[in-house]
Design a protein around this ligand. Structure first.
Ligand SMILES: NC(=O)c1ccc[n+]([C@@H]2O[C@H](COP(=O)([O-])OP(=O)(O)OC[C@H]3O[C@@H](n4cnc5c(N)ncnc54)[C@H](O)[C@@H]3O)[C@@H](O)[C@H]2O)c1
Length: 481
């Protein structure tokens, strides 16, 4: 289908990337953008992908707001089992300027094709739980996700349901011939990750996961700097995500507790590791280009003893074959340290979330100044300026260097659903473009698989209290150890 809109979001992003990587180096830097080059965008200008969304809760609604600004996106079906969320989603799609739905696009789509329109559709088949109706804006709504897969007005589905449903829905959607965007993490079990991965690799449909850091210019440039050697050899990585909030949502009646607060229960959720750690561990693998060989950790419910089953405090260590380690920590009863992915190099340190790096050379001080400083700071009672092991112990004087010039803001990780400018909008737009070209995007599924496996292994290590080796049965060709 054709539409006459111009694609500003992705184009602006590509322009920024062109500035970073020098145009032709773009694809080598970001292989998952191969169908999003300016030339490909020109070729496909005006094409539209019809989207069915399954799971219209917080993240689904966040995506709907972003979809409204994406010219290539037409939301045709919304699906959720919880009526208030379905209604809220329908309101988003049907409201406000820039809404690009079947109702206002002027494009031939499912809703104005002549067979059904917003005006004449009324309530459609309501067979049991899968009742299918239309909003005033002409978007279909239903409660049975399988109806979305059967719908000929859907080219692609966006899955934003709780984690335990990701694999089943993704696999079924791929098998139904739909392109799929599924929220992270990939699945709740290692076997389900592998099943989803195989469903993807054995078919020809596009699959994306909600890992927006892969589309955040600040992260892309930081990783490029790391790979260029700016901070020397990677010798360690430290990631943390701290909040001071119970991670609970208000529940209108007790029987909805597990449905609404699914994050807190192991039947549906991998807790802090899959919800938060999945983003951060992905960055570590991306930076180092390797997968860890071992994992160990400790997890506890330290503070929020409110009936939840998932840890509110996790400390997990991942070890790579070269001895480099990720020190991963998340705690949700203290937010002093915020959120960060810190890559430690032999020549410097890069804080990816802040978009800042620090060079060791900036902290080099002349011998005389070191000596004066140590005398002033009372480090030694006698002057120790002798011997080969003498080292200063002064306060750090590192100078921050911005990864990118301009206002690239810090995503502080405060929001549970997403933050504007964190790459989520570009990620969605790139997904739409991949659906239109039909080209699978390199590395995205593989990165999701790798980071989810590490989250699940981290959970397993914490539960068993053991040091676990990476299990051979879950190795995929993409992995290097
Ligand atoms: N990429 C990110 O930064 C990011 C941010 C937030 C959430 N997420 C992910 O998005 C997903 C959803 O999170 P959320 O915060 O929106 O949760 P949520 O609870 O707000 O929304 C989930 C929705 O799925 C619906 N649902 C449950 N079972 C269903 C079924 N069988 N069929 C149809 N709908 C069903 C629920 O009713 C609910 O509306 C999770 O995987 C989460 O990890 C990703």
């Amino acid at each position: 289908m054709k539409d006459n809109n111009v694609d500003f979001g992705l184009r602006t992003f590509l322009k920024e990337l062109g500035g970073i990587a020098g145009g032709t180096a773009l694809l080598a830097t970001v292989p998952w953008l191969s169908s999003c080059t300016p030339a490909r965008l020109k070729e496909t200008a005006g094409e539209v992908v019809r989207i069915g969304m399954i799971g219209t809760g917080s993240r689904g609604q966040f995506h709907l707001h972003n979809l409204k600004a994406i010219p290539a996106a037409r939301v045709t079906v919304l699906c959720d089992t919880y009526e208030p969320n379905l209604r809220a989603a329908a309101d988003i799609v049907g409201s406000g300027p820039g809404t690009r739905t079947a109702a206002n696009s002027g494009t031939r789509t499912a809703a104005n094709s002549g067979t059904r329109t917003a005006a004449n559709s009324g309530t459609r088949t309501a067979a049991g739980a899968g009742s299918n109706t239309r909003t005033p804006a002409g978007v279909k709504t239903c409660t049975d996700w399988r109806r979305v897969l059967d719908d000929p007005d859907v080219d692609a589905v966006i899955i934003a349901t709780p984690l335990h449903l990701h694999a089943e829905m993704t696999i079924a959607a791929l098998q139904a011939g739909k392109h799929v965007f599924c929220e992270k993490a990939m699945a709740l079990t290692e076997d389900d990750c592998l099943a989803a991965y195989r469903a993807y690799t054995s078919g020809d449909r596009v699959l994306f996961y909600g890992m927006q850091r892969l589309f955040d210019p600040k992260y892309l440039e930081a990783i490029r700097l790391i790979h260029e050697g700016k901070i020397g050899d990677i010798v360690g990585m430290r990631c943390h995500w701290f909040r001071n909030a119970d991670w609970r949502r208000a529940v209108p009646s007790p029987e909805l507790e597990r449905h609404i607060n699914w994050r807190l229960y192991r039947e549906y959720s991998g807790g802090l590791m899959t919800e938060l750690g999945s983003h951060q561990l992905e960055v570590c693998n991306w930076a180092l280009g390797l997968m860890p060989v071992q994992v160990t950790g400790m997890g506890d419910i330290v503070y929020w003893r409110d009936g939840r089953e998932v840890y509110d405090s996790v400390n997990v260590t991942y070890r790579y074959s070269n001895g480099c380690k990720i020190c991963y920590e998340s705690l949700i009863a203290n937010k002093y340290n915020g959120m960060e992915e810190q890559i430690l190099g032999s020549k410097g340190t890069l804080d990816l979330a802040k978009g800042v790096y620090w060079l060791e050379e900036d902290n080099e001080i002349s011998g005389m100044r070191q000596l004066l400083g140590q005398v002033r700071d009372g480090v030694f009672s006698a002057v120790p300026a002798a011997g080969p092991s003498w080292r200063p112990e002064l306060r750090s004087r590192y100078v921050p260097h911005a990864v990118m010039k301009g206002n690239y803001g810090v995503a502080a990780g405060e929001s549970m659903t997403g933050e504007s400018g964190d790459g989520s909008d570009v990620l969605l737009e790139a997904f739409c473009q991949a659906c239109i070209t039909g080209e699978k995007a390199a590395d995205i599924v593989e990165e999701a698989y790798c980071s989810t496996l590490l989250c699940l292994l981290g959970n397993r290590a914490m539960e068993t209290g053991r040091v676990l080796d990476f299990p051979a049965e879950y190795v995929i060709p993409y992995m290097k150890f």
